[in-house]
Design a protein around this ligand. Structure first.
Ligand SMILES: *Cc1c(COP(=O)(O)O)cnc(C)c1O
Length: 360
């Protein structure tokens, strides 16, 4: 019997994954040159479908990297001359901050305890920060930042660039990518694909800044895949080095499939499933909601405090072929994490909640 994965990534695969994989084999995707017309069509198809799905403006470039954490470094090297500012409330947002320190930027952070999130009104951006780094969905703690707060933060900081990590939520948040300068994700989370591909979206302001830093400020913007080089290649749907052609092919197929369903329908279903999980947790005697402020509760990664060791719950679910994640870091033994990605169907969520109820 197959397992059902409620893990935050790698995650349950898209239901059409096997079909798309079979097509990729039939089309011999693994052997084609990344300088061929066939590859350029694959890149273009992927980009066109992502634009529709996430409402990405034509003027923004869409690039492929090895992973999302690679994009952290690309962003810091290409978009920050001196100072960055980070909203930190868990291990992923903290890693983004630490990459900035490693890249020898003057990195500021506004930090919140585990389980807490950020609202627009309380954020004070340091005077000289050039880039604001926001993690829309902090996967380690199940905390989201609402789209409206992110938009307000950017609108009141027009002169600075804003980067949004939407790794474990894209394409669910309705982010205005006309407003936000750069955003990124990887495919092993809400897109339900095997890991090994990061996607980086950036606008022309980002490109201009990267060019300025390398030409006039004497900074390195990186030898490996800096933004001007990625952009130049992207103009002809090429990549500087041999990319994950299979990953790009599969992402294009999944994005196309999601467009057939319609992003509004996918968002609506995500909301309904999230509501169901949180509603169960509100009255459960086994576990409770970890994120106290309802506005900050993630729609795609639900974190629950467990009243007994989370290990026992995880083990019992495993015997039913259901895989849920443990808590992150210090909360490993006291929390479980449940993904609510598009590949996790309502039926699967119902099965999971039924098993949890049996354990009460
Ligand atoms: C998973 C994750 C990352 C890192 O993605 P990789 O593909 O492992 O590099 C970054 N940010 C968030 C919020 C994540 O959930």
């Amino acid at each position: 019997m197959k397992n059902i994965y409620f893990t935050a990534g790698p995650a349950e695969l898209n239901p059409k994954f096997e079909d798309f994989m079979r097509q990729a084999i039939d089309e011999q995707i693994g052997s084609i040159s990344h300088r061929s017309g066939q590859f350029r069509k694959i890149y273009q198809h992927c980009v066109e479908n992502l634009r529709i799905l996430m409402n990405i403006p034509e003027s923004s470039g869409i690039f492929f990297t090895g992973s999302a954490s690679e994009v952290w470094e690309r962003i810091l090297l290409n978009l920050v001359e001196h100072e960055s500012f980070h909203l930190v409330n868990g291990s992923f947002s903290d890693k983004f901050y630490k990459y900035a320190v490693s890249a020898q930027k003057f990195a500021h952070k506004f930090e919140k305890p585990i389980g807490e999130g950020f609202s627009y009104g309380e954020i004070e951006v340091p005077e000289y920060a050039e880039l604001i780094c926001v993690t829309q969905n902090e996967t380690s703690t199940g905390v989201q930042m609402r789209e409206a707060d992110i938009h307000k933060l950017k609108r009141s900081n027009q002169k600075r660039l804003m980067a949004v990590d939407m790794v474990s939520s894209a394409p669910i948040p309705e982010l205005d990518l006309e407003l936000i300068d750069t955003a990124f994700f990887s495919v092993q989370k809400a897109f339900g694909l095997p890991a090994g591909l990061g996607v980086w979206i950036a606008n022309e302001k980002c490109l201009e800044k990267a060019k300025r830093l390398s030409k006039y400020e004497g900074l390195t913007i990186g030898a490996h895949h800096n933004l001007p080089v990625l952009w130049k290649n992207y103009e002809t749907y090429e990549t500087p080095a041999t990319p994950n052609v299979l990953g790009i092919y599969l992402l294009g197929k999944v994005a196309e499939e999601m467009n057939k369903t319609g992003i509004d329908n996918i968002r609506k279903e995500t909301d309904e499933k999230a509501k169901k999980i949180y509603k169960y947790l509100e009255t459960s005697s086994l576990c409770s909601i970890a994120v106290k402020n309802p506005e900050h509760r993630s729609k795609t990664v639900v974190v629950a405090d467990t009243k007994k060791s989370s290990k026992a719950i995880i083990e019992t679910l495993k015997t039913k072929n259901m895989i849920v994640g443990s808590g992150y870091g210090p909360n490993k033994d006291t929390q479980i994490r449940i993904s609510n990605f598009p590949s996790n169907t309502m039926e699967q969520i119902d099965m999971l909640l039924k098993e949890l109820k049996k354990m009460e």
